[in-house]
Design a protein. Sequence first.
Length: 709
Amino acid sequence: MATDLKLLRNIGISAHIDAGKTTTTERILYYTGKTHKIGEVHEGAATMDWMEQEQERGITITSAATNTNWNYPTTQGEPNDQTDTYTINIIDTPGHVDFTVEVERSLRVLDGAIALFCSVSGVEPQSETVWRQMDKYSVPRICFVNKMDRAGADFFKAVTEIKEKLGGKPVPVQVPIGAEDNFKGVVDLITNEAIVWNEEDEGKTYKVIDIPEDIQEEVEKWRQELVESVAEYDDALLEKFFEDPNSITADEMREAIRKAVIDMSFQPVMCGSAFKNKGVQALLNAVCAFLPSPLDLPPVEGKDPDDEEKTLIRKPDVNEPFSALAFKIATDPFVGRLCFFRVYSGKLDAGSYVLNMRTGKKERISRLMQMHSNKQNPIPKVEAGDICAGVGFKDIKTGDTLVEEKSPIVLEAMTFPEPVIGYAIEPKTQADVDKMGMAIAKLIEEDPTLRVQTDEETGQTIIRGMGELHLDIIMDRMKREFKVEVNQGAPQVAYKEALTATIEHKEVYKKQTGGKGKFADIVFEIGPREDGKAGLEFENGIVGGAIPREFIPSVQKGFENSMKNGPLAGYPVDSMRVRLFHGSFHPVDSDAFSFEMAASIGFKESARKAGAKLMEPIMAVEIVTPDEFTGPITGDLNRRRGIMKGMDAKGTAQVIKADVPLSELFGYVTALRTISSGRASASLTFSHYDFVPQNIAEKVLEEVKGAKV
């Protein structure tokens, strides 16, 4: 644990699938002395990909945390280099869109990030998602263009794409010497030195050489751009630049770049080949030099639980009251439930108590762990700025705020995307029935994008997630980790229902059972919201006490609960507006329950008349394919009701973009392989919901009703 917060870095490595995140993390662990053997992803031996499913598929599924130390030279270029030892907490996140939640929750608690790009593919669809998530949580970042040794590598094209596609402000701090097989080194634009790696030790050491003549002009151009970007940021440097551009020292440059990174004015771009051990040490130096420590960022803000209008702050200081945010729950076969949390202020000893602000209950944290992938090292305490895992929680969820009992604060919780696809599942044997319930409960605790519901009419258990791969992994985990065998039905799309017209409706709920009866009478207007937001917009237009004030919340509650089951096929209604403007009551028979029931029955009767229509999830599909397959692929997308969004050339390949309904995309990756002889690749990202064409909506509704008969 870092005693000096200035020397602490909490960083994540995020990118599109296959850009080399895990390989880069493995090299960082090797160079910082955390591991003594480099684990390779393609061999299934990467330290951070510890799940069996990750090792088999060669992809990251769950974000893994580790921490390591790096000696960063503080007086560079002098004969006796002095170093400071930095503590770096690293979270390696998945690149696949189905596991977006892992990226989302990691970025929420990190101070900085490395955005990784493939030098051949440049900015890819998931790179855009990750970049938007970094913007959402205001995470300062540096960019690393990886795989410079690959055929088709183009550093400057990647820089241009970061600017044009992501709206970033990339500023190279290195220029590559050569590319593809000839990628030998880089020119450091800060020190204006050329560095080439020694091939004898596979790039683990380097030597400084003169800048090669053939790239001197390019180096000069990019160095000037760097100095101008930095000088714009610092008036004193701007004056120096105009007097003599070469008078700005490397330390002044680093200091100004650091400030610009922290307030997100620009992103320094570096390059290398993690697989070939090239550029990783320089990347580590950049993490220490440019990314923020907890002290560089504004103190965390939260709400006062007793007064929601009041904002409280917690500084990253051990003397402040303890506050932390739980960002991940994991189940370990040996220690049980692990809760990962980021400490924002104060300190906590193992064995002491914290208050969970969601439940209002005290919890004893029996042990604290420093995580290294799936291995735990027990530690006696944690302090402000740290990321660690705790054992002993009875009731904990992702996004819970943990505090010292005397000083409560509620930190901003996390928001997670809605699932778009589901499977009906049932246990294979009677013995699996109870085990399935336990397994699902544990998996939902770990993964907030996983939802389970029981279909009231058929009694089926429906499990919903972010995509086919997501649910495949969940099924695999149920089998391996929890020894549960299940039968799974065909994939189901998470449809929604929406109202398209505004109508008036009167509903009278009346029941006489002998003695006190039930009575409620409401007249309301129901239709779509004009602002397009989700949820119920409820307007109370009752005047003159036609309905007593105490019954109005019950009417609202009745409508809110009814939205979970739409009028067409029981799919949720995401958004609607209700204006209650008239009604009557009985002085004896009317009560809150009667008005809630009137609203519930009134919704069922009126929503269908309000032009209820079915909506389906639409996926943004991006396909990279050799030229000769564009015809068959676009033809296939049209057959799948795809709407073409454009086509760009990317080197010798074509990039096809289209919006396609999810219901038409089951098994698409396999179909694409067949069409393109395995040479095209696709990425699918959830885009939005849209109305289902009438003829298809009728088929869907027939199927749903047929299944429920």
